[in-house]
Design a protein around this ligand. Structure first.
Ligand code: ADP
Ligand code: MG
Length: 255
């Protein structure tokens, strides 16, 4: 994928979608969740997706994560057309290339952190599972919590376990749907600090959905959806450094 116009911000596109639509059919009724989205995301980009509720953000993330197939349009992931793939091939691509982080963490309730993080390694049939999982937990600052179960961790710590689980297979992309949505502002900032470090030090491409304009300003690009189309796509001139700038009051953000 390196023709003259095939790069996003001068980088190789890791995500290239063209005229993507998604129609959910519910009996006689149709919901047009995506109405022709075209996007190019370069390797190593750090992107926030914003937009009102129902604008298609989660649908887009599901498509990008190969969790669901679009109704129409093309999707090249790392140069590979995934629209023609079987379910098994998609599962394999997901496991090798993509790490997912969810708003509600999606951890197994009774399982210690270390085992949670080992799960993707089991699916990928990779060795040295303890060692790799421990390293991923250390990367998110939880080296001293590896035996803790979710009920023994704060919300922010649980989300960090989920990030370690997303990281452990060394994915090219991390996709996160409102990862700070259930967190207080301090824990949200910690998640941003981890994302910024992973992006900067390991070059991992990160896309996440947020409702929070202040959180979005920690990225380098903000894409806004409305009614299933991209209505804005802009660079963040001076991204905030997580933990370095105090969050303004809600009044100041709104006003
Ligand atoms: P957002 O994440 O921006 O709130 P979604 O992508 O979840 O938006 O939803 C976009 C539209 O598609 C909404 O009208 C929603 O009701 C509809 N939708 C989402 N998922 C489904 C589904 N599985 N079946 C039917 N309709 C859906
Ligand atoms: Mg959503």
């Amino acid at each position: 994928m390196s023709n003259s116009n095939g790069t996003a911000n001068g980088r190789e596109p890791v995500i290239l979608i063209k005229d993507m639509t998604k129609v959910y059919r519910m009996g006689e009724y149709e919901v047009h969740a995506l109405n022709g989205v075209s996007l190019e995301i370069g390797a190593g980009e750090f992107v926030a997706i914003m937009g009102p509720s129902g604008s298609g953000k989660s649908t887009l993330m599901n498509m990008l994560g190969a969790l669901d197939q679009p109704t129409d349009g093309t999707y090249l992931l790392d140069g590979t057309d995934i629209s023609a793939m079987s379910d098994d091939q998609l599962a394999d691509i997901r496991n090798r290339k993509i790490g997912f982080v969810f708003q509600n963490f999606n951890l197994l309730p009774r399982m210690p952190a270390l085992q949670q993080v080992e799960l993707p390694l089991i699916y990928a049939a990779k060795g040295q599972r303890h060692e790799r999982a421990r390293r991923a937990l250390e990367m998110v600052g939880l080296g001293d919590r590896i035996d803790h179960r979710p009920s023994e961790l704060s919300g922010g710590q649980q989300q960090r376990v989920a990030i370690a689980r997303a990281l452990v297979n060394e994915p090219a992309i991390i996709l996160a749907d409102e990862p700070t949505g259930n967190l207080d502002s301090k824990s949200g900032t910690e998640v941003m600090a981890i994302f910024q470090r992973l992006n900067r030090e390991q070059g991992i491409t990160i896309l996440f959905v947020t409702h929070d304009p202040w959180i979005a300003r920690h990225t380098r690009r903000i894409i806004t959806l409305a009614d299933g189309v991209v209505i804005r796509d802009e660079a963040v001139p001076e991204p905030l450094v997580a933990g370095k700038s105090a969050r303004p009051s809600d009044e100041a953000l709104v006003g």
